[in-house]
Design a binder for this molecule. Sequence first.
Ligand SMILES: [Zn+2]
Length: 487
Amino acid sequence: MPYDLIIRDALVIDGSDSPGYRADVAIGNGRIQRIGNLHGVSASEEINAAGRVLAPGFIDVHTHDDTVVIRQPEMLPKITQGVTTVIVGNCGISASPVTLAGDPPDPMNLLGPASAFVYPRFRDYRQAVDQARPAVNVAALIGHTALRSNHLDDLMRTARPAEISAMREQLRVSLQDGALGLSTGLAYASAYSAETDEVKQLAEELTAFGAVYTTHLRSEFKPVLEAMQEAFEIGRHARSPVVISHLKCAGAGNWGRSPQLLDALETAARTQPVGCDCYPYAASSSTLDLKQVTDAFRITITWSTPCPDQGGRDLQDIAAGWNLSLLDAARKLQPAGAVYYGMDEQDVQRIMQHPLSMIGSDGLPEDPFPHPRLWGAFPRVLGHFSRDLGLFPLHKAIHKMTGLTATRFGLHERGFIRQGYWADLVLFNAATVRDVADFTAPKRAAEGIDGVWVNGHLSYAGGKPQGERHGRFLQRSGSLVSGFKQG
Ligand SMILES: [Zn+2]
């Protein structure tokens, strides 16, 4: 029986952290059927991929694409980078299960206005993803802040026992319906008042499922090490793997501390499963947080509800124009979004290089003037950091975007080029691949991405989406509880 497609003579970098090899890859029924020398074997369609790299489709481990996968299912910012799967529900904020009383609390507003939150149960969200059939696969975490907003009348306190029970129930049902795990965003005011014990009790629900705990730490500033210890403690308590989201040393006083953070991560990794994700930029982006307003580094405004015309401008210039202090100007702009140029490049590179780190974009698709990571994160690692700066070999870069991620999150039969696995694939030119999006023109597609297949279907080529969309909802597919040791 002929195959649907043979990609011939590619340099196959298979996601396993080993160097590439020349091979032909045959695809049929959405899956990788054969890998090797397929001379004399035929297919309905053949592609000559000589001089190109064939890798597993990239898995964007850290996204806020919860509602955009439904409302703009073409997913151009991601498919143009070679991303074939997004993990949503990070940083404590998820589109489901959510029942809002009014406007979404900060930072849930990063996912859209109140009208975007129409999934009271996780299974409603799952169904909506299946119906929208986005261009990329979608797997989802349940946000702690989302659960809090469902059951607490006041987010500025820790939850009471009855509220914790109600949140646990919602989390348990969501895990039964295929959610990957629990995420927190303890740095944000809407979750900061939650005591460690509240999170520990919720995390107990993860144990039976072998599901993951991901966390935007309680602090990325001076107390970052203490915040990491809190995350590890929660993971040990629930016997749950821990992923620290966008690990960084934030704030000028904190620069240069990445070796300490990575030491702490390695120490924990000796006795429990831990890892982190990171994005390849020295600037962060989120809602405009008054606690982060400073003159120590540049801050630009990306959106502002009361002052939409200020999007794209420096906070310093806005404040000067209004004759206000930075803090008063920030107050006047709220609710708003911002880019903070608050990291040191050496720290960013050290964390990205570490074997426990995965690549995630943390892109904000709702933002009218988004941080360029939304469109550029993956090609920037391949081009700028791996090829141009030589930070790590290409197969390591790809491992951080594919095999490592699929393993950490239990995404079964994804993340590797292996016989029988789903044919999520990206073909690219290693000599030319690069991010084009930057801080002044952030919505620009990468160069050098030649073809992207999702579940065996060509979905992007020649700079354009191709044919129908073929993404699926991916449910949690296995227990991750291994790697715990006495200690
Ligand atoms: Zn975050």
